[in-house]
Design a protein around this ligand. Structure first.
Ligand SMILES: C[S@@+](CC[C@H](N)C(=O)[O-])C[C@H]1O[C@@H](n2cnc3c(N)ncnc32)[C@H](O)[C@@H]1O
Length: 238
């Protein structure tokens, strides 16, 4: 009998083949190349899913994003999705020099220019984020329309607090893997006991934003333990 998990996989893969760019397109080929080259260079398979990439590209298009900040580059797969929204420049933060190098290969292979279409800043995000704010305050950098957070789960709320300052009024902040960060925390039971605050609870106390959490059931990675997840989406009050 087909399990619920197998059926969810079939639904995911049908949605992918129906909704995403056909394999003959430049975008599809650039995305496939990025995944293949990342795997060949030993990067872990921890990118966003293809449907999530299309979601982020739609989100960027809906708000007319010109400047996107990404926390967690890996091989530039999600960066590519933002770039394909058109007219978007991506500033991406990465701690690992090997990941940064592979991302540069992938993005340049797709025809995007370092410094013009994107930049990858190599440093711990918690060092880069205050620097970006100082640059904004000196008038050297524009506010971000959209901030995508996808790096160290232990630092999600720190990134979020910086993101609120870095985003323009009515700009949005997307934090990935919010549910898995709670489920896979070694101290997970403390959330239910009220001894530890999850990201949604902390964000809910921040009067500068309006936010929601969207639960996600996904099977694209083929690992049952990663099926249940969710993201947090916030808009910075105008
Ligand atoms: C889940 S991956 C990002 C995936 C990417 N957004 C995508 O979907 O293609 C997380 C990345 O964050 C990077 N990272 C982890 N801790 C970081 C930190 N403190 N500062 C900056 N980058 C960090 C990791 O090296 C890794 O490349």
């Amino acid at each position: 009998m087909t399990s619920l998990y197998q059926r969810a996989q079939q639904i995911d893969s049908l949605a992918q083949s129906s909704l995403l760019p056909q394999s003959s397109t430049d975008l599809s080929q650039a995305l496939s190349h990025a995944l293949e080259n990342s795997a060949a260079n030993g990067l872990p398979p921890i990118t966003i899913s293809p449907l999530q990439g299309q979601y982020l590209a739609i989100q960027a298009q809906l708000i007319g994003a010109k400047n996107v900040l990404e926390v967690g580059t890996l091989g530039g797969y999600s960066t590519l999705w933002f770039l394909c929204a058109g007219g978007v420049r991506v500033t991406s933060l990465e701690i690992d020099p090997h990941h940064r190098d592979v991302a540069l290969q992938n993005l340049e292979h797709a025809g995007y220019e370092d410094g013009k279409d994107f930049e990858v800043i190599l440093a711990p995000a918690l060092d880069s984020l205050p620097r970006l704010l100082a640059e904004q305050q000196d008038g050297k950098r524009a506010k971000f329309d959209l901030v995508f957070i996808d790096a160290n789960w232990d630092e999600q709320f720190d990134y979020f607090q910086h993101a609120v300052q870095l985003a323009r009024p009515n700009g949005c902040i997307y934090v990935d893997n919010v549910v898995r960060a709670i489920l896979e925390d070694p101290e997970s039971e403390k959330y239910e006991a009220g001894q530890k605050e999850s990201l949604p609870i902390k964000v809910g106390k921040d009067g500068r934003v309006k936010a929601t959490m969207v639960s996600v059931v996904s099977s694209h990675k083929g690992r049952a333990g990663e099926t249940f997840d969710g993201f947090l989406l916030a808009v910075v009050k105008g």
